[in-house]
Design a protein around this ligand. Structure first.
Ligand SMILES: [Zn+2]
Length: 69
């Protein structure tokens, strides 16, 4: 039995399709029914419904890091 990947705020993920700015890594800012993610490269924030987000993610780059100052 495999559980779906659980995403947390602060996780950094790679998406299959890159952002027009050229970046393909995103930081999760909010989880829930809708996910809010921020393009690490250009800082653009995008909101996606969870199923769409899960489909577009290719891999988890780094799990949430402890809060930085
Ligand atoms: Zn971007």
């Amino acid at each position: 039995m495999s559980l779906p990947v659980k995403y947390n705020v602060g996780d950094v993920v790679k998406t299959r399709k890159g952002h027009p700015c050229g970046g393909d890594t995103w930081e999760i800012m909010r989880t829930g029914v809708d996910f809010r993610i921020r393009c690490v490269t250009c800082g653009r924030v995008v909101m996606l419904p969870r199923p769409k987000f899960e489909k577009s993610v290719k891999s988890l780059v780094s799990p949430a890091t402890p809060a930085s100052p």
